[in-house]
Design a protein around this ligand. Structure first.
Ligand SMILES: Cc1cc2nc3c(=O)[nH]c(=O)nc-3n(C[C@H](O)[C@H](O)[C@H](O)COP(=O)(O)O)c2cc1C
Length: 383
């Protein structure tokens, strides 16, 4: 079984990279995540000079959406000086053998160049230039949709180094155009998506926003953004010739596989490991191994799945048949009947207790399959 993937010729022993944020402010979380299958780290987005008003992250800085593996955050800036990475932490990561990607904030392109000159002397695997923080964008100018800023930043950053440059974007209606623009201006890979938003959550006990930023603006991350992140990756991967790295809402091995099939060459995770700890990655890597052992394509190399859906998605294979009820699994709980708005589903006596039954009123919407808690109803996708 081979879980390794490549981006710009850099080998990752699994596709799982720790995404930039507070958990990569120092290397310690990554060190704990390595034994569980984390292959590489992207540092916190570094600024050469952190402006005074950004030195303190407003509190509260997180608003977790309970039970949803999703959150709003209003973090910005590196709380520890960037020179810690130059002086000790890059070496610490390199000693583990794991690739290191240094994230730099695109707000100060000249500062990026100065830091790149110093990091190039130690040697890092790639730079990830962050053009896309959603909440700081709302408060300080939205780089994520600024085509001119992207071009002028790359005009100074690109010539400064031969090391691969990854451009990190976030969902917007212009994300594909921005990805193409980044490629034209010398990017070696696109990373998408950063947190999406900004969003807002209110504490109904006080009426105040839950986050401490002006107006409560925060970036949404975690499970809630997965389908949007996946669609971004799918669209970007078909629009550019450079690799795409998928990030946003990945919480399971199935999510990783979807990202790879959509066209991601590797993936990054933040919210899921941040909320569940470094060892939570173990379940994901084990799931990938199980998939490689059991998949119906008979493929044993994870990288062979990259872009699989690109060739399939234009001719949808759903035959329009009703889903199938596996009566042996069905517990007769009736959730499918409640979710069926077309009166096609009923719970009837079966051989061993009650079971779901589908009538010819079924229009193949498949809500029942999604609502079944025990996986007893399966959509009829063609293989
Ligand atoms: C608390 C927090 C801090 C973050 N800080 C950064 C950052 O400094 N630079 C960056 O490029 N992305 C940052 N991100 C975005 C993540 O790297 C990631 O792109 C985003 O959270 C979506 O992935 P996820 O759903 O797996 O969390 C941060 C996200 C969170 C939740």
């Amino acid at each position: 079984m081979n879980l390794s993937v490549q981006v710009n010729g850099i080998s990752f022993n699994t596709p799982i990279i720790l995404a930039s944020g507070y958990i990569t402010e120092t290397p310690s979380f990554f060190m704990e995540a390595i034994p569980h299958g984390c292959s590489a780290i992207v540092t916190r987005s570094l600024k050469k000079i952190v402006p005074d008003e950004r030195k303190r992250v407003p509190v509260p800085r997180y608003a977790i959406i309970p039970g949803e593996d999703s959150m709003l955050n209003c973090e910005w800036g590196n709380e520890f000086g960037w020179d810690n990475w130059r002086d000790q932490w890059v070496r610490q990561v390199k000693d583990t053998g794991g690739p290191i990607i240094v994230s730099l904030s695109a707000r100060d392109p000249e500062g990026c160049v100065q830091m790149i000159r110093e990091f190039d002397q130690i040697g890092v695997d790639a730079y990830e230039i962050n053009f896309s923080c959603s909440h700081s964008g709302a408060l300080h100018g939205n780089l994520n949709v600024d085509f001119d800023h992207l071009a002028s930043s790359m005009a100074v950053i690109r010539p400064a180094t031969k090391t691969p440059i990854w451009v990190k974007l976030s969902y917007s209606p212009f994300v594909v155009g921005m990805a193409r623009h980044a490629e034209r201006h010398g990017a070696d890979a696109i990373v998408c998506t950063n947190s999406i938003g900004p969003g807002l959550l209110i504490d109904t006990g006080t009426g105040y926003p839950k986050l401490g930023t002006q107006g409560g603006a925060g970036g949404l991350s975690g499970k809630a953004i997965f389908p949007i992140a996946l669609r971004c990756v799918y669209e970007i991967a078909r629009a550019v010739d450079i690799p795409t790295v998928g990030v946003g809402g990945i919480c399971s091995s199935d999510d990783v596989l979807q990202m790879l099939m959509a066209g991601a060459s590797a993936v990054q995770l933040y919210t899921y490991p941040a909320l569940h700890g470094p060892s939570s990655l173990r379940v994901i890597t084990n799931g990938l191994r199980d998939f490689l052992q059991e998949n119906e394509w008979g493929l044993h190399d994870l990288s062979e799945f990259v872009g699989l859906t690109q060739s399939l998605a234009n001719s949808h294979c759903f035959a329009g048949k009703s889903p199938t009820v596996q009566t042996a699994r069905c517990t007769g709980c009736g959730r499918c009947e409640t979710a069926c708005l077309f009166g096609a589903m009923s719970i009837v006596p079966g051989k061993s207790g009650k079971t779901a039954s589908i009538s010819d009123k079924c229009i193949s919407c498949n809500a029942c399959a999604g609502m079944c808690p025990v996986g007893a109803i399966t959509p009829n996708y063609q293989r």
